[in-house]
Design a protein around this ligand. Structure first.
Ligand SMILES: Nc1nc2c(ncn2[C@@H]2O[C@H](COP(=O)(O)OP(=O)(O)OP(=O)(O)O)[C@@H](O)[C@H]2O)c(=O)[nH]1
Ligand SMILES: [Mg+2]
Length: 199
């Protein structure tokens, strides 16, 4: 299970990768720390792998600690957003590490699996944790992944949508397997990032 093993920079603390970008940047360009949270097995690493590499790997392993990747996204108004992505480990034994990764994050993607009500409860736990301890004004997206398994759906879109609205979150159902709505998750975040104000 898992998609993280095919990602090279998956060891904990890939901080070396963060601040070594010396390329000239336009003043419009944005940088955003993003964290993925959610139960083990919901597909966090697969979502990241799909977004960063355009791949799906059904055979790789669970994430250990966390993994770091970055990816840029060009918006229609020609703004370039560089996402610094922390893909956390969902297994319970790593739960205490989560604050290291969501601290200072501009955006959080909270993922559940539409076939698993337990994973939806776990997502709600992470939302509460972010509301208590996350960055004020953090952009939160609720992602119902594995939408390709709709025949085995156990969390209704309506229930999730209502929960998201109450908690001021964007709601999207995705499939890392088919690539459905994966880019949209990151586009929705990019649109909501605060723009630098002209002085
Ligand atoms: N059908 C289907 N399977 C998926 C999808 N996304 C992930 N999977 C499968 O779900 C399993 C878990 O995916 P991961 O991405 O490793 O899950 P994770 O959330 O990163 O798990 P942890 O690293 O333990 O927190 C793998 O077997 C994937 O192939 C999807 O959209 N559809
Ligand atoms: Mg993972």
């Amino acid at each position: 299970m898992g998609c993280s093993s095919s990602v090279p920079a998956r060891s904990t603390g890939g901080l070396n990768n963060i601040n070594n970008d010396n390329s000239a940047t336009d003043s419009k360009d944005l940088r955003a720390k993003l964290v993925l949270l959610g139960d083990s097995g919901v597909g966090k690493s697969c979502i990241v792998l799909r977004f960063v590499r355009g791949q799906f790997d059904p055979t790789s392993k669970v994430t250990v600690g966390a993994s770091f990747l970055s990816q840029t996204l060009a918006l229609e108004d020609s703004t370039i957003v560089k996402f610094e992505i922390w893909d956390t480990a969902g297994q319970e034994r790593y739960a205490a590490l989560a604050p290291l990764y969501y601290r200072g994050a501009a955006a959080a993607v909270v993922v559940y699996d539409i076939t698993s009500p337990e994973s939806f409860s776990k997502a709600q736990y992470w939302v509460k944790e972010l509301q208590k301890h996350g960055t004020p004004d953090i952009i939160m997206v609720l992602v119902g992944n594995k939408a390709d398994l709709h025949e085995n759906r156990h969390v209704s879109s309506q229930e999730a949508q209502e929960y998201a609205e109450k908690n001021n979150m964007v709601f999207i159902e995705t499939s890392a397997k088919t690539a459905d709505n994966i880019n949209q998750v990151f586009e929705e975040i990019a649109k909501r990032l605060p723009r630098p104000t002209a002085s």
